[in-house]
Design a protein around this ligand. Structure first.
Ligand code: URA
Length: 191
């Protein structure tokens, strides 16, 4: 059943013309990873490499994300990774509010289908959309908030770490806390 829902979702995204970004994309970038993940990451929008391959976080920023996942002992294939936007904005500019509005329903469906325990926003844009519009990444990263059934947090976007390596220590601490929270939630499932 859920396989059919995923196929239907992909088809609707493939055919979506709700904003102009679909016209220029090479590939739709829907999401990747475990569809039964307890942990879901949400970035902002595909970049050049993601657009070429149709997979989120495969470029330089994605490779850095992989290193943090490895460092804290989370296999990449055990998580689900998606973006707020499914099509690449020109020259990697920030998503426009109307593009986010047009696309957010697809992310909402992905979240419902995966039904993770923890959602981690990668960077300010995703956090402002999913946690609160006044989210400030330097002030609020690493803090957990409950939104409905989901525990949510945000970390620096890996591209920001490439630009400013002084943030890397904070990123490692945040990722370690995410792993600890994940383990604690898994333990609490045990009868
Ligand atoms: N940056 C993002 O926010 N998402 C990607 O998929 C790649 C880079």
């Amino acid at each position: 059943m859920s396989e059919e829902l995923w196929t239907a979702l992909r088809l609707r995204c493939e055919n979506c013309r709700a904003c102009p970004l679909s016209a220029a994309r090479k590939n739709l970038v829907l999401g990747t990873g475990s569809r039964t993940a307890d942990l879901m990451f949400v970035g902002e929008a595909p970049g050049e490499q993601e657009d070429l391959e149709g997979i989120p976080f495969v470029g330089k920023a994605g490779q850095l994300l992989d290193r943090y996942l490895f460092a804290v002992g989370i296999p990449r294939e055990s998580v689900y990774i998606a973006n707020v936007l499914k099509c690449r904005p020109p020259h990697n500019r920030d998503p426009l509010p109307e593009e986010e509005d047009a696309c957010i329903g697809y992310l909402r469906e992905q979240v419902k289908l995966v039904d993770p325990k923890i959602i981690v926003c990668l960077g300010r844009i995703s956090a402002m959309r999913l946690i609160t519009p006044d989210f400030r990444i330097t002030r609020d990263h690493g803090q957990f908030v409950r939104k409905g059934k989901y525990l949510m947090t945000a970390v620096y976007h890996p591209a920001a770490l490439l630009r400013d390596p002084s943030k890397k220590e904070a990123m490692l601490l945040d990722m370690e806390r995410i792993k600890a929270k994940l383990d604690a939630l898994a333990d609490s499932d045990f009868p």
